[in-house]
Design a protein around this ligand. Structure first.
Ligand SMILES: [Mg+2]
Length: 471
C-alpha cells in the first residue's frame, strides 16, 4: 500500500487558524513519529478546530397516552407449568378439530430479546416454554431486538440452543439488520456496496464482518485508522493491544496532496454499542467536519452563517447512521446500563459544543423508530407467507401483532406509535423482567403490563380468544 508522508508542524502551531484557510491549505500535517508505534502506516496528525461549549440534551419522542391494563396471572395458569419435555409440546396443537384451519392465526408476536427472553445471555424463566408453545401451535412470531454485534446466523444458532426452540434468520431482526437495504441501489438511493464505509461498535471487528456478510465490500473501522495514524487520538497506547489483532490496512492512505487517492468515507455506521467511545467520537467528529468525507480535511463551509445549518454538514460529509437509540439496557448489573443511545447522546453533546448548537443530521433506526417496524412487518409478512405452504394453510390477513418488550422507551413507544400501512394493529405488552421497574410509571404506557413473556403470551391469547389448550 502506498502511504503519503507529509510535512510535520508542531501540534500547537496548527490548532488555531487552519480552519479558516481555503480547503487546499487545510490538512493534517503528518510525518512518522519517532515515538509512535513502529507500523509503517503511522503518521502524526494535527487537528484544526475551534470549540464552542454548548450542550443541549436530546429530546425524547412525544408520549402517547394509552390505557394500561396490569395483568395478573389467570388464564395462563390454565396452561399449567409448561416444559419442553411435555409430550403435548412435541406436536402442533392448533388443529383441535379433525379439519385443519383455513389460514394462519390473524395475530402474531414480536418479541424483544434482552430483558424478555434472555437476561445477560441466560434464558429467563418460562421464556422457552412460551416460544415453544407458539412454535408448536404454528402461531407466527418474530424476534425484534435492538441488540446486535454478530451476524444473524450466529445469533440465531446461539439463541436456538439456549432456548431449545428452533429459530431461523427468516424471523430474526437485529438492530443493524435493516442496514442490508443500503447495500444495493434503489430508485431513490445509490447503493453503498462499493463505497467505503466506517463501521463501529461491537467486539473487535465483528461488526465489520457482519457488514461484509451484508454485502458492503469496503469496510473500515476506527481501529484501522488508529493503527495507521496513531496520533489521530492521543491516548492510543491504552487500547493498542485491543486493536492490534483486529485491524486491517486502510484501503487508501490519507493523501491530502492528491485527494482522489486519499481515504474517503462515504457513510458512517454505528452498528452496535461502541467499546471505545473516545476514539469513535473523535473519528466520527472528524468525518462530520471534513470536506466530502476525506479524512484529515476540514470543510471551509463549517460555521458559514450564510449557508443552511451555518454550513455544518453542507459539504458532502458522510451520512451518519445509528442502529439503536436505547439510552439504557438490562444487563447482569442490578441497574440498567448505558447503551448505544448513551453514545449517541454523548456524540451529540460534543457536536453541539463544536458547532454551537447546529443540527446534527443523522439517521436512527432500531426500536422505537418507524423504519424498524416497517422492516419488521415486511419480514413478518414474508415469514407468514413461508409458513403458509409449510403448514398447509393460507397465510390470510394479519390483523394484530403483539409487541412484547421490557423497555418503554423503545419496545412500547415504537409499537404504540407505529402506523402500519397494511392496517395491522400493533399492541404493546410490557414485561417486568428487564429495564422496566415494577411499581414505577412507564415513560410510555403499554396496553398491558405483565410479569414475564409467558404471561404476555397468555394475555394475548386471551385477547384473541384463542381456544387451544395444552393438555
Ligand atoms: Mg430489551
Amino acid at each position: 500500500m502506498m502511504l503519503q508522508t507529509v510535512t510535520f508542524t508542531p501540534r500547537c502551531a496548527t490548532l488555531t487558524q487552519t480552519a479558516l484557510k481555503p480547503f487546499s491549505a487545510q490538512r493534517f500535517h503528518a510525518q512518522h513519529s519517532p515515538t509512535s508505534n513502529p507500523s509503517p502506516h503511522h503518521h502524526n496528525y494535527n487537528l484544526p478546530q475551534s470549540f464552542n461549549p454548548l450542550y443541549s440534551s436530546l429530546q425524547s419522542p412525544p408520549l402517547r397516552s394509552t390505557s394500561i391494563k396490569t395483568v395478573t396471572m389467570n388464564r395462563f395458569q390454565q396452561l399449567r407449568s409448561l416444559n419442553t419435555s411435555h409430550p403435548s409440546l412435541q406436536r402442533p396443537s392448533i388443529p383441535r378439530s379433525s379439519t385443519a384451519p383455513a389460514s394462519l392465526p390473524t395475530f402474531a408476536f414480536a418479541f424483544d430479546i434482552d430483558g424478555v427472553l434472555l437476561r445477560s445471555s441466560a434464558p429467563l424463566p418460562r421464556a422457552a416454554e412460551a416460544l415453544q408453545y407458539l412454535h408448536n401451535n404454528n402461531i407466527p412470531f418474530i424476534l425484534l431486538t435492538n441488540g446486535g454485534g454478530k451476524h444473524e446466523s450466529a445469533r440465531v444458532a446461539e439463541l436456538s440452543s439456549k432456548l431449545g426452540v428452533p429459530l431461523s434468520i427468516e424471523n430474526f431482526i437485529q438492530s443493524h439488520t435493516p442496514f442490508k437495504q443500503l447495500v444495493e441501489s434503489s430508485e431513490t438511493k445509490e447503493g453503498l456496496a462499493d463505497k467505503t464505509v466506517l463501521v463501529t461498535g461491537g467486539d473487535g471487528d465483528k461488526c465489520r464482518k457482519v457488514a461484509e456478510m451484508y454485502g458492503f465490500k469496503k469496510v473500515v473501522t476506527p481501529g484501522d485508522i488508529l493503527m495507521a495514524y496513531p496520533t489521530i487520538w492521543p491516548f492510543n497506547q491504552i487500547f493498542s493491544d485491543y486493536y492490534r489483532n483486529n485491524t486491517r490496512p486502510l484501503p487508501k492512505p490519507v493523501n491530502l496532496d492528491n485527494l482522489p487517492e486519499s481515504l474517503k468515507i462515504d457513510a458512517v455506521f454505528v452498528f452496535n454499542d461502541p467499546r471505545d467511545w473516545a476514539l469513535d467520537s473523535q473519528i466520527i467528529l472528524d468525518l462530520l467536519l471534513s470536506k466530502e468525507g476525506y479524512l484529515g480535511t476540514y470543510s471551509d463551509k463549517n460555521g458559514n452563517s450564510s449557508l443552511p445549518n451555518n454550513g455544518w454538514q453542507q459539504d458532502g460529509q458522510p451520512k451518519l447512521y445509528f442502529s439503536n437509540p436505547d439510552l439504557f439496557w438490562a444487563t447482569s448489573h442490578h441497574m440498567p446500563r448505558l447503551g448505544q443511545g448513551g453514545f449517541q447522546a454523548s456524540l451529540h453533546g460534543v457536536w453541539n459544543a463544536t458547532t454551537n448548537g447546529a443540527t446534527l443530521d443523522r439517521t436512527i433506526i432500531g426500536k422505537p423508530h418507524a423504519a424498524t417496524y416497517i422492516y419488521a412487518e415486511d419480514v413478518l409478512t414474508k415469514y407468514r407467507n413461508q409458513l403458509s405452504p409449510a403448514s398447509g394453510v393460507k397465510a390470510g390477513k394479519l390483523d394484530r401483532v403483539f409487541m412484547v418488550g421490557d423497555n418503554p422507551e423503545s419496545d412500547i413507544l415504537g409499537a404504540n406509535q407505529f402506523k402500519s400501512n397494511r392496517g395491522t394493529d400493533w399492541t404493546s405488552i410490557l414485561v417486568k423482567t428487564g429495564v422496566y421497574r415494577d411499581g414505577t410509571e412507564p415513560a410510555h404506557k403499554p396496553v398491558a403490563i405483565v410479569k414475564d413473556v409467558f404471561d404476555a403470551v397468555e394475555w394475548a391469547l386471551g385477547e384473541e380468544k384463542w381456544d387451544g389448550r395444552i393438555d
